[in-house]
Ligand binder design. Structure first.
Ligand SMILES: Nc1ncnc2c1ncn2[C@@H]1O[C@H](COP(=O)(O)OP(=O)(O)OP(=O)(O)O)[C@@H](O)[C@H]1O
Length: 370
């Protein structure tokens, strides 16, 4: 664990960048520092690897004051990734990634072998190894930055706005990749961003800082969304807080109706069984949804209503299920299994009830944790 203990940083010109900040950063999880420009995020991150020294307070790594350790060995235990990757322009991609292993005295061959392995891990094609940074896209350069930070397998990764300079689509790809890598490697990651959506997507824990380097709230994302500590946090979280919060509620508790599912070639008896349902979900021979039909109307493939975007109860959230229902012309969402076969349907109203129940459970859990 990294313990930031009542740390204040006052720069020489008197600017208080961080004010009595205390945070316990858990191991093997992503902790995000988020807040408006100038609230001291970068200063906090840099105090962890001693690029900046606190004016007051201290930082403990696994119980020991980081000042007791030589700064070189401290920094080697902490990979560092910055915006625009900060690559060495005159070195190839492979040699950029191999930088720290080479500094540690690994042979060129071993360091390059490790670099090649890391290129694969961060989703970079091996054919890019001999290129120079300027020959890569911004997103690819950022991946090189992550690979370089991971090269010596440090337990801690410090990331300062690493994905801010790329477009939203590339950014989403990089975020997904980071979550995948984190699943495999389980690093202790401290991630700085000014983007609350990025914080909520990536963070196991999120620290919201306010101007003057003061902590506004430190909580898991679902708790931030359900119980913002004050008006500043609420405002910073922005609109759609309620809808976004649904991403944290799994869809597997929804009660699915199977009565309305009918195959395209259903006989009269089978159709009669579904006559009470407001709509029938027509499926193909494999059970995949084709579209909606009204009971009593003959089933014809080209007269079916679009079934909208289905959700998967085991993996998707109530947000996805609600989105499916909202987009569906019938107001019912379709649930499918991993193979895309329909397993049931659920109405907007039933989703609404599940949402209320989930809110109730979450409120009880937050209350119990206090
Ligand atoms: N070397 C320095 N000397 C004096 N003041 C500084 C120095 N570095 C940062 N500051 C000030 O400290 C405050 C916090 O800066 P910091 O870079 O930590 O904020 P930040 O939250 O990372 O901001 P941003 O999101 O804009 O990067 C700001 O007011 C900044 O101007």
């Amino acid at each position: 664990m990294i313990r930031i203990d009542a740390v204040t940083k006052r720069y020489d010109d008197g600017t208080v960048a961080v004010d009595r900040l205390s945070l316990d950063i858990p191991d093997r999880a992503i902790t995000v520092l988020v807040g408006p420009s100038g609230c001291g995020k970068t200063t906090t991150l840099r105090m962890i690897n001693r690029m900046v020294e606190p004016t007051e307070g201290g930082i403990l790594l696994d119980g020991a004051d980081i000042r007791q350790q030589p700064v070189d060995s401290l920094r080697r235990s902490m990979g560092y990734v910055i915006q625009n990757a900060g690559l060495f322009q005159h070195r190839t991609i492979l040699d950029n990634i191999a930088t720290v292993p080479r500094l540690l005295g690994w042979s060129k061959q071993k360091a390059r072998g490790r670099a090649a392995e890391l290129m694969e891990r961060v989703g970079l094609d091996g054919s890019l190894a001999k290129r120079y940074p300027y020959q890569l896209s911004g997103g690819q350069q950022q991946r090189v930055g992550v690979a370089r930070a991971l090269a010596a397998d440090p337990p801690v990764l410090l990331m300062d706005e690493p994905f801010s300079a790329v477009d939203p689509v590339v950014r989403k790809g990089l975020q997904d990749e980071l979550l995948r890598i984190q699943d495999e490697l389980g690093k202790t990651i401290v991630f700085v961003t000014h983007d609350i959506d990025e914080a909520i997507k990536l963070g196991t824990m999120v620290a919201v800082l306010r101007e003057g380097g003061r902590l506004a709230q430190f909580a898991p994302p679902a708790e931030l969304l359900s119980a913002p500590a004050d008006a500043f946090v609420e405002d910073f979280l922005g609109a759609d807080r309620g809808i976004r919060r649904l991403s944290f509620f799994p869809a597997d508790a929804l009660e699915l109706a199977t009565g309305p599912l009918v195959p395209l070639d259903a006989d009269a008896e089978r159709l009669a069984a579904g006559a009470d349902a407001p709509y029938l979900l027509v499926t193909d021979a494999e059970g995949r949804p084709l579209g909606w039909a009204e009971p009593g109307v003959p089933l014809e493939r080209d007269r079916l209503l679009d079934h909208g975007r289905p959700f998967r109860p085991g993996t998707d959230s109530l947000r996805t299920a609600l989105d499916g229902a909202v987009l569906s012309p019938t107001g019912w969402a379709v649930a499918v299994d991993g193979e895309g076969r329909a397993v049931g349907v659920v109405s907007q109203r039933a989703i609404g009830e599940a949402i209320r129940a989930a809110h109730g459970r979450a409120a009880t859990a937050v209350e119990a944790a206090r």
